[in-house]
Design a protein around this ligand. Structure first.
Ligand code: NAD
Ligand code: MG
Length: 399
C-alpha cells in the first residue's frame, strides 16, 4: 500500500459506514479518518467523530449541526461542522482526503460521489444508485480525472476480482478480452419461496429480514423485490462496459459465491467468502494489497452444498423492469431508481402495500416513455429528471 490514506466516509452512520470504520480502525498505521457525514443520528455521528478524530463532519442542516454540537463529548477539539448538500460534495473533493467511501443511500449520494470522481480520488463506491442514475457521467469523470474506482457492492467487487488483472483499477470502454458474460448472484431475499398472492400484507420488518446480509432498510427491501439485483445489473453495465445481454442473474440462496465471470474458453471464475461487507471494503481500501478485516474463514465443509436456480421474473417483476430500463436508456434508469426510492419509502412508512412497489415503478417507466426525450449530459439534467419522477411517483397508489 502506498503511503498513509486519509479517508472521507460519506454515510458513516449506516451499515456500510459502520463496517468501513471497523476496517479502518484495524490499520491505524495505514488509514486515518478525515471526514464523516450523516443525515440523522447526530449522537452516533458525534461518537464516531470522537473515536476516529475526524477533522470534518458534514450534516444536512443547521438543526442537525446544533444537535451534533450538543451531542459532542470528545476529549479532543470538536471537528469543523459543515452544513448542506454543497458542503458534502465539496468535502468529497477536498484535498484533505485522498480516498472517499461513497456510502450514502439513494440518488442523494450522487453529487458527492461524482465530485469525488471528478477530483481524481480513490472512490470506494457502495452507492449503486449514483451509477444507475448517472452511469455515463460518472464513468466519464473517472476517466477524465484518473480517479481510481473500486466497486464495493459485493457482486461487483467479486467480478472485479475475477476479471483479468491489469494491476490497477480502471474504467474500461469495452468488455475485458476473453470474457463471455458476467453472472451476478442473488440470494432471492426473504420471499423467494412465498406465493406472490400472499405478499399483499407483508410488513416492513418481514421485508427487511434478509436471510444472509445485515444491511440498511432501503437496500433490504430492494433485496426482497430483487430490484436491488436489477440496480446491480445496471451498475455492472457501467463498471465493466458490458451490454445487458451479457449480464446474467442467478439465484444462490447461501450467498457464498458473490458473483462470477464466464470466459470464452469455458472457464468460470467465482469469488467466494462469508457474507460480510468488510471483505469488499478492505479490498477497496487496501488495493492492490490484501488486508485482514476480521472476517472469519469460509467453511465449505460446514456448508456442504451450494444451490443455484434461475430467477422467476413473474415472481420478481422488478428485475424484469430493471433490464427493460437498461435497454431503454438513461432516462429510464433515472426513472426506475427514483420511482423505486419513492415507493420503498412509502412502503417502509406504511403508506404503500408491498406489491405496489413494482406497480409504481412500472407506471413511472410508462409515463417517462411517453414523454419527449431529454438530454442528460449534466448533473443538473439528471437531478431535474429525478425530481420530476419523484413528484409523479409520489402521487401513485398512496393512501
Ligand atoms: P444505511 O441506510 O444503513 O445508511 C445510509 C447512510 O446514508 C447513513 O449514514 C445516512 O445518514 C446517510 N443518508 C441517508 N440519506 C441521506 C441524504 N439524503 N443525504 C445525505 N446522507 C444521507 O444504508 P447502507 O445499507 O449502509 O447502504 C448504503 C449504500 O451502500 C446504498 O447505496 C446501498 O445500496 C449500498 N450497499 C450497501 C450494502 C450493505 O451491505 N449495507 C451492500 C452493497 C451496497
Ligand atoms: Mg450487492
Amino acid at each position: 500500500m502506498s503511503g498513509f490514506k486519509r479517508i472521507a466516509v460519506l454515510g458513516s452512520t449506516g451499515s456500510i459506514g459502520d463496517s468501513t470504520l471497523d476496517v479502518i480502525a484495524r490499520y491505524p498505521e495505514h488509514f486515518g479518518v478525515y471526514a464523516l457525514s450523516a443525515f440523522s443520528r447526530m449522537d452516533k455521528l458525534a461518537a464516531q467523530a470522537a473515536v476516529t478524530g475526524a477533522a470534518v463532519v458534514v450534516v444536512p442542516d443547521d438543526a442537525a449541526a446544533a444537535r451534533f454540537r450538543q451531542a459532542w463529548k470528545g476529549a479532543g477539539p470538536m471537528p469543523e461542522v459543515r452544513v448542506g448538500a454543497q458542503a458534502l460534495a465539496d468535502t468529497a473533493a477536498d484535498p484533505g482526503c485522498d480516498t472517499v467511501m461513497a456510502a450514502i443511500v439513494g440518488a442523494a449520494g450522487l453529487p458527492a460521489a461524482l465530485a469525488a470522481a471528478q477530483s481524481g480520488k480513490r472512490v470506494l463506491l457502495a452507492n449503486k444508485e449514483a451509477l444507475v442514475a448517472a452511469g455515463s457521467l460518472f464513468m466519464a469523470a473517472v476517466r477524465q480525472s484518473g480517479a481510481e474506482l473500486l466497486p464495493i457492492d459485493s457482486e461487483h467487487n467479486a467480478i472485479f476480482q475475477c476479471l483479468p488483472q491489469t494491476g490497477r483499477a480502471e474504467a474500461p470502454l469495452a468488455p475485458a478480452p476473453g470474457v463471455r458474460k458476467l453472472i451476478l448472484t442473488a440470494s432471492g431475499g426473504p420471499f423467494r419461496r412465498h406465493d406472490p398472492a400472499d405478499l399483499a400484507d407483508v410488513t416492513p420488518d418481514q421485508a427487511c429480514a434478509h436471510p444472509n446480509w445485515s444491511m440498511g432498510r432501503k437496500i433490504s427491501v430492494d433485496s426482497a423485490t430483487m430490484l436491488n439485483k436489477g440496480l446491480e445489473v445496471i451498475e455492472a453495465h457501467w463498471l465493466f462496459a458490458m451490454p445487458a445481454e451479457r449480464i446474467e442473474v442467478l439465484i444462490h440462496p447461501q450467498s457464498v459465491v458473490h458473483s462470477m465471470v464466464e470466459y470464452e474458453d469455458g472457464s468460470v471464475l467465482a469469488q467466494m467468502g462469508q457474507p460480510d461487507m468488510r471483505t469488499p471494503i478492505s479490498y477497496g481500501l487496501g488495493f492492490p494489497r490484501r488486508l485482514d478485516p476480521g472476517v472469519s474463514p469460509l467453511d465449505l465443509v460446514k456448508w456442504g452444498r451450494l444451490e443455484f436456480e434461475a430467477p422467476d421474473l413473474q415472481r420478481f417483476p422488478c428485475l424484469a423492469l430493471a433490464y427493460a430500463a437498461l435497454r431503454a436508456g438513461q432516462a429510464a434508469c433515472v426513472t426506475l431508481n427514483a420511482a423505486n426510492e419513492v415507493a420503498v419509502a412509502g412502503f417502509l412508512e406504511g403508506r404503500l402495500p408491498y406489491p405496489w412497489i413494482a406497480r409504481v415503478i412500472e407506471a413511472a417507466l410508462e409515463w417517462q416513455a411517453g414523454r419527449p426525450s431529454v438530454t442528460l449530459d449534466r448533473l443538473t439534467d439528471v437531478l431535474d429528471l429525478d425530481a420530476e419522477v419523484r413528484a409523479y411517483a409520489g402521487n401513485l397508489g398512496l393512501a
